[in-house]
Structures are given as C-alpha cells and as structure tokens.
Design a protein around this ligand. Structure first.
Ligand SMILES: Nc1nc2c(c(=O)[nH]1)N[C@H]1C(S)=C(S)[C@@H](COP(=O)(O)OP(=O)(O)OC[C@H]3O[C@@H](n4cnc5c(=O)[nH]c(N)nc54)[C@H](O)[C@@H]3O)O[C@H]1N2
Ligand SMILES: Nc1nc2c(c(=O)[nH]1)N[C@H]1C(S)=C(S)[C@@H](COP(=O)(O)OP(=O)(O)OC[C@H]3O[C@@H](n4cnc5c(=O)[nH]c(N)nc54)[C@H](O)[C@@H]3O)O[C@H]1N2
Ligand SMILES: [Mo]
Length: 662
C-alpha cells in the first residue's frame, strides 16, 4: 500500500512523499512523482525520516528525571505533575514566568496548537525573532511590502541567473533541474558566495566576497550601474520612490574602496554590475546566509536595490527570490492560536540567554517544542547557563536531544508519518500538501496537540483545546477555501497549488505604503533604521590568524536532526582553502584544532580550492567532544527582525600537535 504524505522539515522544497507500507510498517519512502515541483525525488534528509521513525533510540514513553537519571513514568503522572507546576507558577509568578521556546523543527499546520495552549493560560513568555531568515524578510517588507518570489517554473524565462548566497545543490536540491534547464537554454550564471559551491564549474562569473561584505559589494555594483547609465529609468521614475537619496549615497562606494572592503577585484565587481545592468531579465536566487550578520537586513536591501534599479522586478524570468510570504494569506493561523488575544512577553530566540537571566518576573518553567536550542542557538554555553537557572523544564520531542538531556520531563511526540496534517512552506513554491497518516503511532507517543489538550484538561480549559481535527483544518483554511482550496480537495488531490502570483509585482503595484518600490522607506525610519540600504560592517574582524568561520547547513541532515546518523563523525570536517592550509601547515585529512575566545574543537581538515581565501566551513548541527558548533558562535544580532548574526564569527586553526590555543 502506498500512502501520500509530505516532508515536515523547515526547507525550501516541502516535498510530497509516497510511503510504502507493508504489514503496518513503512518499508520505503519515495518522492511523489505527481508533485509538480519536487517531481518524485527525495533528498537524503527526507529519506532519513524513515530511519528516525524506527530508530532504536527514539523515545516512546514519557520520562521524568529523578536524582539526575531518566525514569519512565505514565502520561498521567507526568501530566499531573506538570499541571501542578503550571498552577503553582501561575499563582506565584504569573503567566510570564512560563517560557515557551519553539521553532519550526516540524512545520505542519496543527503544530500551531502548541502555542494556543500557552495563549489560553492568558499568555506566556515566548521566543520570537529568528535564527534563520527574518532580517531578509523585513528588508523585503521595506522594499516591496512583502517578500515574494517568482514561481520555480518561471526561472526558465531568465536570460541570466545570479545565485547569491544560496547553497542550491545542498539545501534546495529541487531547484537544480530548473536551473539546469535554464542554463541549457543559454542563460548565463553568476555565483556569489564566500565558499566554493557545486555550481561553480557551471558559472560564467564567480564572486567570492569576504563573508559579511555583500552589502558593500551590491552598493559598489549599483554605483557602477548608476555611473554607466545601466538603469531602468522608467521603473525608477514611475514605479519607485527614494532612488535619488540612495543614488547620492553611492558616491562612497567607488571600485577601489569596495574592492578593499570585499576582497573582490574591481574588475569582478564591474562584471557583476554588467551582469545586472546589461542583461534582462536576471533572476536572483538569494540564500539566507548573507543576512546572518550585523548588517544582514541592509545587505538584502542593497541587493534588492541593485535588482530593482536595473529593471529586474515584475518580469517573467526576473525577481529577487528570497521567500514566498504570499502563501501566508491563505491560512488563518491566528484563528488557531489566538495569539492576538494573549499577553505575550517576547524574548528573542538568539539572545534569550541574557533575557532569561535578567527576567522580571523570572522564568520558572520552560517548555521546548519543535526545536533543539542547545545545539542551534548561537553561544551554546550562555544558553546552557541560563536554562540551568530554570527550576522546571519540559521538552516535547522524539529524541533525547542535547536540550532534552537538560530537562526534568521528556514528553514523546508522534513522528510526521504517524500524523494527519497539512504542510506548506513560505520559502519557495506555492503548493500545499495534505499529509495522510501513514502508520499508527508507536509506543505511548502522542501528537503535540493531544499532549497539550491533556494538560489543558487538567487546568480546566480542555474544551478550548479539543476539536475534531477537521474543525481545526477548516478554521485555518478559511481564507484558502475562498479560493476553492478546500479540505476535501486537499485530501483527495494531495498537493494543491495556491493562487500565489507566478510573477509577483507584474503590475508594478507594491504592498508598501507608497504602493511603489521603496529605495527609501519611511517605515524603516519609523522603526529605527536607515531609510535606504547602507553598509554595516561585521563586528568580528578577520585577520591574518583569525579566519572567518561559516557554520552552514549540512548536506545529509536537517540542522541537528542527525542523532541517528550512522556516519556522524567524531571530528567534524573543516573545509578550508589551500591558502589557509599552506599558511598553517595543514594537510588534507589531518586533525587540527579550531578555537576562538569561546571554545575549542578538534576537526578533520579537508582542503578544497576555490572560494574566499580566508574562510573556513563547518556543518552546523554537529555536536560531540562535549560541545556544539554553536559554542564557537556569538549571540550578535542582525539589524532587522531580531535575526541572529551567527555567521559573524572568526576562529584560529592549527595542526593538532601545534602550539597551544585559547
Ligand atoms: N540538506 C539540508 N537542507 C536544508 C537544511 C539543512 O539543514 N540541510 N536546512 C533548511 C533551512 S532551516 C534553511 S534556513 C535553508 C537554508 O538554505 P541556504 O540559505 O541555501 O543555506 P544556509 O546553509 O543557511 O546558508 C548558507 C549559505 O550562505 C552562504 N554565505 C554565508 N555567508 C555569506 C556571505 O557573507 N555572503 C554570501 N554571498 N553568502 C554567504 C554560505 O556559504 C552558504 O552557501 O535550507 C533548508 N534546507
Ligand atoms: N551555527 C549555526 N546555527 C544555526 C544555523 C546555522 O546555519 N549555523 N541555522 C539556523 C537555522 S536557519 C535554523 S532554521 C535553526 C533550526 O533550529 P531548530 O529548529 O532548533 O533545529 P533542528 O535541529 O531541526 O531541531 C528541531 C527539533 O524538533 C524536533 N521535532 C521534529 N518534529 C517534531 C514535532 O512534530 N514536534 C516536536 N515537539 N518536536 C519535533 C526534532 O527532533 C529536533 O530535535 O538553526 C539555526 N542555527
Ligand atoms: Mo532555517
């Protein structure tokens, strides 16, 4: 029997899946050939959902920590005790003493009911902001009114493609067939990335900026376009506001200055400018990496400005693709959660450690759902210290993550293949997929929403957490139903396209206050930011001995979800260019120490030519040797959206037998 479901992981691609079931067990997972975008192919991390379902170390019973050791307990005991703690906390400290730390470890619709529970308490403290993408989302809100992307199929209309900081072949693998077809039709390709990528061999133009300097690069290229007259005059005069103010600021970005700021040769900056200024349409595929810096939001604004001024917006084959927030209008998530009615105290996901330590009222209980903060939040040591001050900690997960190991109660939840749900992503394409339940839940695991409904029963508001799931679906789908995307259709068809535009802004009407593209944004000013894109340098300065450290997403796993990886190496692989290897006396395959003022780690060296000569790469999500990759990173914030700036990080490296480090 084959059952249709979808991948719940927080990812560009949001694949639909065909699960083959025999005798009540999943025997294999394949991509669903009927999905118009992901077309029958599943990536490694998607296929590994199967491994995680049956992993021997998956936890299938509730656990309680007694004298420092986990003991099995019944749901009744765990939930009775937790409900007592909640009541006691509310009585003595109020609802803001309860912190709900959540993220998108599973992105399915019904998971929003977790938040509902806390809002029904009257409110709570919750984590907001982003470890992921929010600076760029805010940047595009200032520029366009909302972050929107041209449809994947539209890429083939491009005369040129710029892959700017997106690791397409690793993180967005279903883009590859679209990209290959576009290149086969003769489109030119530019790749802008400090690290070498799999696309480099196909590129007509390779740009390897110093990490965190893309804002200067984009403004430098835009100045060339201004000076050469490579601008779309009609777009500037009819469809935008504030160009003159941005244009005047470009005088500071002459080629020699920008070359020194970015380590990109002047002729390469000029070639990038020509790429935009002398070709149309150019489709720009942005990644999220270059906004994980102190000036990250302004960097995205600078790239938007380069694309807009050269006339790449609102055209088939054009656009600056960062996200597809047009998707959110079809789901009434607030109706499910009731957030707008709750009194919520907000802590930033990235800087929650300091906020916990200085909180008044203090945090007395922590609930963690759909996230593993003690590997994924920058500056792990600071967060460990802060969490240690919280007297009662509850983690809902499937595995004893590093975060769970610190908890008092572990509540085991269902795996996506054991749930009925819906999933869509606002990162890329416009499809939503219905997830049929593939197999029965194992052991004593419960869906997240059932765990919180049972807690609510004990606290006297179970009726407000309990509805048949179809009613929750209908509540959330009300806006989509107006466009004919009904629950019945979703159940029957599996994957359905929502009516998001194929080519956003084709009518040149933007969602900004002026209705035009805003090179200068009064909204940004009102929110305390510069009105137009500026260049904000990073805080951690690379030097002859302190290299940039980029801790990017792993190929074979989703973030930290590779506890079950058979190949998880004891020593993470540090990829570095020959320039660093030569200077530090490092050979391919040898062990080396990486350190900075926060932590030290033993890595295995892999020399990979190409890329910026002072940049080292590690996979994020790894942990071992008593620490995580994020012990090395700092809790700096980006300029917009309470986004973390974890890529603003430097480190030193030496052979393992070399001189002592930090
Ligand atoms: N296999 C796999 N796929 C995933 C994920 C995963 O963990 N594994 N995670 C999913 C999630 S949560 C997300 S958010 C997306 C992320 O998708 P991407 O944005 O494609 O990938 P990241 O690893 O977040 O971003 C790192 C990219 O930004 C580049 N970069 C870093 N600093 C700079 C800079 O200063 N300038 C420029 N130009 N580039 C820079 C890095 O070299 C790298 O190519 O991927 C999703 N897909
Ligand atoms: N250094 C560095 N740090 C980074 C990044 C980086 O590039 N470099 N990337 C950042 C980015 S883009 C992101 S998005 C974050 C991701 O940060 P997280 O979301 O914390 O990352 P994951 O490792 O995916 O952890 C998700 C957890 O949710 C659990 N889970 C899965 N399904 C469910 C479910 O249905 N219910 C519940 N309750 N739990 C479930 C998983 O088992 C896993 O433990 O990491 C950020 N941190
Ligand atoms: Mo992410």
């Amino acid at each position: 029997m084959k059952v249709k479901t979808a991948c719940p992981l927080d990812c560009w691609d949001t694949c639909s899946i065909l699960a083959e079931v025999e005798d009540g067990r999943v025997v294999r997972l394949d991509g669903d050939p009927d999905h118009p975008i992901t077309r029958g192919f599943l990536c490694t991390k998607g296929r590994r959902l199967h491994e995680r379902l049956y992993a021997p170390h998956r936890v299938r019973q509730p656990l309680k920590k007694v004298n420092g050791r986990w003991e099995r307990v019944t749901w009744e005991q765990a939930l009775d005790e937790i409900a007592d703690r909640i009541r006691d906390t509310l009585d003595h400290h109020g609802h803001h003493a309860i912190l709900h730390a959540y993220d998108w470890g599973s992105g399915t619709l019904l998971k929003n009911l977790n938040q509902r529970f806390f809002y029904l308490l009257g409110g709570c403290t919750e984590t907001v902001g982003s470890l992921c993408w929010e600076a760029g989302i805010e940047a595009q809100r200032y520029d366009f009114g909302q972050a929107r992307s041209n449809a994947p199929e539209d890429l083939e209309n491009a005369a040129a493609v710029v892959v700017w900081g997106r690791n397409v072949s690793v993180t967005n693998i279903h883009m590859m067939p679209f990209l290959k077809r576009t290149l086969a039709k003769g489109a030119r390709l530019a790749v802008v990335n400090p690290l070498p990528t799999d696309l480099d061999t196909r590129a007509d133009l390779l740009v390897h900026p110093r990490p965190g300097s893309d804002g200067a690069l984009a403004l430098g290229a835009l100045r060339v376009c201004r000076d050469e007259g490579w601008l779309d005059v009609e777009f500037l005069s009819e469809h935008s506001v504030g160009w003159e103010r941005l244009a005047a600021s470009l005088d500071a970005f002459d080629l020699p200055t920008v070359a020194a700021m970015t380590d990109v040769p002047a002729e390469t900056i000029r070639a990038l400018a020509a790429f935009y200024g002398q070709t149309r349409p150019v489709s720009t595929l942005l990644g999220l990496g270059m906004q994980r810096y102190p000036g990250g939001g302004n960097t995205i604004r600078a790239i938007d400005a380069l694309c807009a001024a050269t006339g790449q917006i609102g055209l088939p084959g054009g656009g600056v693709q960062y996200a597809n927030r047009a998707m959110s209008q079809f789901f009434d998530v607030d109706a499910m959660t009731g957030r707008s009615r709750a009194r919520v105290r907000e802590f930033s996901r990235g800087t929650q450690a300091q906020e916990i330590l200085s909180a008044d009222p203090p945090i007395r209980m922590l609930f963690v759902t759909r996230t593993n903060p003690l590997t994924q939040v920058p500056d792990t040591a600071a967060l460990e210290k802060a969490y240690a001050t919280i007297p009662c900690k509850v983690v809902v997960d499937q595995f004893l993550t590093r975060t769970a190991e610190m908890a008092d109660y572990f509540l085991p939840c269902t795996h996506a293949l054991e749930d009925e749900d819906l999933v869509y992503s606002s990162m890329w394409h416009g499809y939503v997929t219905y997830m049929h339940r593939v197999v029965a839940p194992q052991g004593d695991v419960l869906p997240d929403w059932e765990i919180f409904a049972r807690l609510a029963d004990r606290l006297g508001f179970g009726d407000q957490m309990r509805k048949p799931i179809d009613e929750w679906f209908r509540l959330a789908l009300a806006p989509a139903e107006k466009h004919g995307v009904t629950l019945e259709r979703l159940r029957e068809e599996g994957t359905v396209r929502l009516p998001v535009p194929e080519v956003p802004w084709a009518d040149r009407r933007f969602l900004t206050p002026s209705g035009k593209y805003e090179f200068f944004s009064a909204t940004a000013v009102a929110e305390g930011h510069p009105g137009h894109a500026v260049y904000i340098p990073r805080q951690e300065t690379p030097s002859a001995q302190a290299y940039s450290l980029l801790t990017i997403h792993p190929r074979l796993s989703q973030n930290s979800q590779h506890r079950d990886a058979p190949r998880l190496p004891e020593h993470p692989v540090a990829e570095l260019p020959p320039e660093i290897a030569d200077r530090e006396g490092l050979q391919d395959g040898q062990l080396a120490r990486i350190w900075n003022d926060q932590a030290e780690l033993v890595v295995r060296v892999k020399v990979r030519p190409g890329g910026h000569p002072g940049t080292i790469r590690l996979d994020s999500g790894w942990w071992g040797q008593g620490i995580t990759i994020n012990h090395l990173t700092k809790a700096h914030e980006a300029d917009f959206g309470r986004q973390t700036a974890q890529y603003d990080c430097v480190c030193s490296i030496a052979p393992l037998s070399g001189p002592a480090g930090a």
